[in-house]
Design a protein around this ligand. Structure first.
Ligand code: F3S
Length: 288
């Protein structure tokens, strides 16, 4: 069996940076779990970085803002409580927040293209102000009234094809449209390399938190590309029977899956394959 790794997989730039900032913070708490990976969250807890769900739970010490970002009120409350704030907001998310704020200040009606309940979208909305609107489907865009001066910001992990579709619909809703293209390439790259690999593999192992949206999306694009897919969180879940009679297997991992978990999966699959032809590591996962 040949085992191949996707060219782009695992931690994106923003998640890697957030984990490094948390590890180097010298202990503290993150506002919400730092990433959607239970193994990494437990490892951080052992290193003295816990989780709270609200700033009200913290009276002193260090609070880490995760890569999804937070609205201005959180910064103000942290300042008022004299907490030590470590801001791990991904710079791409920061850019989207600032773009939303600028469009509002330029007296445009801000429309955010994104998932309403996603923490990143909530943070962009908080910077945009009370009048901003979040839409995520073509029907929602069609239901919008005419808007004289429209400004659009996009969730960094939004689908590029849906973005293009919604922008062309929004063009019919205004005569003055400003678009901030704030989609980050990391998600696209991970999905494209997963699809390429899945097309050449009988079995795809997708590694990442069961609660991670981007990992679940990777599993579904691999399935659509025709591979038999197993979504696992750790190497302990691998079963030798999955690979019986299989010639080609691929591995990919979500943006919140740490390298050590991917390596464990790769080595466990190699061991299961021991004495059974070669294992070829064609490409290595890259961090963007
Ligand atoms: Fe940042 Fe893009 Fe990752 S926005 S957190 S680098 S997916």
């Amino acid at each position: 069996m040949k085992i191949r790794l996707a060219q782009y997989m695992g931690f994106c730039y923003g998640v890697k940076r957030a984990v490094e900032l948390a590890v180097n913070s010298g202990g503290g708490v993150t506002l919400g779990p730092l990433i959607h990976n239970p193994q990494m969250v437990s490892r951080l807890a052992r290193q003295g970085v816990g989780v709270v769900n609200d700033l009200e739970e913290v009276e002193a010490g260090t609070v880490i803002i995760r890569s999804h970002g937070e609205g201005p009120a959180v910064y103000e409350r942290a300042r008022a409580k004299q907490l030590n704030l470590v801001d791990a907001t991904c710079p791409h998310v920061k850019k989207a927040q600032q773009a939303a704020r600028k469009l509002t200040e330029a007296d445009r009606q801000v429309v955010i293209l994104g998932e309403k309940n996603h923490p990143e979208v909530k943070s962009i909305l908080a910077w945009a102000g009370d009048d901003a609107i979040v839409v995520e489907t073509a029907d929602e865009v069609r239901a919008l009234p005419y808007i004289a001066h429209l400004g659009v910001v996009v969730q960094t992990t939004f689908s590029r094809s849906l973005f293009e579709e919604l922008i062309s619909l929004l063009q019919n809703k205004t005569d003055d449209l400003a678009v901030e293209r704030t989609i980050c390439t990391a998600t696209d790259q991970r999905q494209q390399s997963a699809i390429e690999l899945a097309k050449q593999s009988e079995v795809m192992v997708v590694v990442g938190g069961k609660n991670s949206g981007n990992t679940t999306r990777l599993a579904s694009v691999c399935e659509q590309a025709g591979a038999r897919v197993y979504h696992i969180e750790t190497a302990a879940e691998l079963r030798p029977e999955w690979f019986q009679g299989v010639q080609t297997a691929g591995i990919t991992a979500g943006a919140s899956t740490p390298d050590w978990i991917i390596e464990e999966v790769y080595h466990t699959m190699e061991e299961m394959n021991m004495g059974n032809q070669e294992s070829v590591k064609l490409e290595t996962g890259m961090i963007v």
